[in-house]
Design a protein around this ligand. Structure first.
Ligand code: AMP
Ligand code: MG
Length: 431
């Protein structure tokens, strides 16, 4: 890759990164491990769900013809010939003129086409008069019902032989439940991406340690790891690398088994910004200035593993907001592609701006903002000051307000129309 020092656009940077990322192979995962991963093959139902007709209510299994015309003043009474509970099918069919007590989920006996729930019978009345369950040898039906009431047909949820999910489906909690309902213990899914994360900087301490003079806590590794987790991928947080060629080179090693290698900081033009030098020595390295704010400096390269394969490396800027925004714009799409997750990665919506945005230098700006749905449509306001070090601005945001390059030069007056990207986890706002 030739070294590029010119300013490139956000979309060009993203395309260049994605060109070096390929979707991971398929594996059979235990059912629960399939959550938030992408189904690799179409899934067909091997049988009906539910497998047998069963009762939707606690009540009485009857033949509808026997209770036709029944009512509160002229109740039809039927002898109760047995009881069916969930998991315990009746050994005998229901004959004409009979009722069976039946519980929710119990298979309806042969011959039964309707279930009358307790509330529509005189059971309460009989109990009030002192009848125990054993005494309930007869039951009065107080309501005519409709034929088929409260009977859940076999295959009502899933019909045997039909395709229930197609390859490419992102598996959420309900999908996991459906797959369990057809008896699958393992599911063919795309392998979960492993993402190595290495913070760099002499000033950094880990949370839990004591801060010395001039030191700050490493927040980037944790924010990035949390962003990785939110995509469904697995983070591998490496120890902090100090700003020396030797330490960076050594600590890098442990992350090479990952599918994506993310470093934080050390990509600006300062004296100790060695990430680009070290990674350039170890592999091939592109150092970019992306026409965006925050997050102008960005490194991208390919690191070789011992076995000759490569791992794509993304060098995020050090400032905590820049790091998170650059992750969102570049790392997240790369992880989605690794994981085979469908687009769109950045759902957008138009909103009315309730603030004023000052003029900038013509970079695409990603302002931290709050999107609300109001009677006249979407409105958006800034979270407050927008410094790239102000991580609480990110915590207060549910969207990124995107100011295109051309508009950034002028700024935007209050009342103007703007485009916002809803942050991961806030997609419900678009519903
Ligand atoms: P650099 O890219 O190394 O010049 O870092 C830019 C800014 O980000 C500096 O103020 C750093 O102290 C800060 N920074 C770098 N790494 C981290 C980190 N892991 N957590 C929080 N802040 C960081
Ligand atoms: Mg630094």
């Amino acid at each position: 890759m030739p070294v590029t020092e010119v300013l490139i656009s956000v979309s060009e940077a993203r395309e260049r990164i994605l060109a070096h990322v390929t979707t991971l192979p398929t594996e059979n995962a235990p059912l629960l491990q399939a959550l938030n991963r992408v189904l690799a093959k179409d899934v067909y139902a091997p049988f009906n769900v539910p497998p047998m007709a069963n009762s939707a209510m606690d009540g009485y299994a009857v033949r509808w013809d026997d209770i036709r015309g029944t009512g509160p003043t002229t109740p039809v009474s039927l002898p109760v010939v047995g009881q069916v509970a969930a998991g315990h099918p009746s050994a005998v069919p229901l004959r004409s003129g009979q009722a069976m007590r039946i519980m929710t989920g119990a298979p309806v006996p042969d011959g039964c086409d309707t279930v009358v729930q307790f509330e529509e019978t005189d059971e309460m009345e009989r109990r009030a008069r002192g009848a125990s369950s054993a005494d309930l040898t007869e039951i009065g039906i107080l309501n005519p019902m409709t034929r088929g009431a409260n009977v859940r047909e076999a295959g009502g949820d899933v019909v045997s032989g039909t395709r229930i999910f197609t390859a490419g489906t992102l598996l959420r909690a309900a999908h996991v439940g459906v797959l369990a309902s057809i008896g699958l213990a393992t599911v063919p899914v795309i392998r979960r991406p492993l993402v190595a994360i290495m913070a760099t900087g002499d000033e950094l301490k880990e949370p839990g340690e004591l801060l010395g003079p001039g030191q700050i806590y490493n927040s980037n590794s944790y924010a990035i790891a949390a962003q990785v987790l939110a995509t469904g991928a697995e983070p591998l947080v490496l120890p902090i690398a100090r700003d020396t060629i030797a330490d960076l080179t050594t600590k890098l090693e442990a992350g090479l088994r990952a599918d994506l290698f993310i470093t934080s900081a050390g990509v600006s033009t300062g004296e100790y910004d060695l990430v680009k030098d070290v990674l350039g020595q170890q592999g091939t390295m592109d150092f970019w200035r992306v026409r965006m704010r925050p997050g102008k400096p960005l490194a991208f390269g390919l690191l070789p593993r011992r076995d000759g394969t490569i791992v794509p490396h993304l060098g995020l800027p050090g400032n905590p907001v820049s790091s998170m925004v650059a992750f969102d714009q570049f790392a997240r799409p790369a992880i989605y592609k690794l994981a085979g997750r469908p687009a769109p990665t950045h759902p957008e919506v138009d909103a009315e701006l309730d603030d004023t945005i000052g003029p900038g230098d013509g970079r695409r700006a990603f302002a931290r903002a709050v999107l609300t749905k109001q009677l006249d449509g979407y409105h958006v306001r800034l979270t407050g000051p927008q410094g790239s070090n102000l991580l609480t601005s990110m915590a207060a945001a549910n969207c990124l307000l995107v100011v295109p390059e051309e508009q950034d030069i002028q700024g935007i007056a209050a009342g103007g129309r703007v485009t916002v990207q809803v942050l991961e986890g806030f997609e419900d706002l678009l519903a």
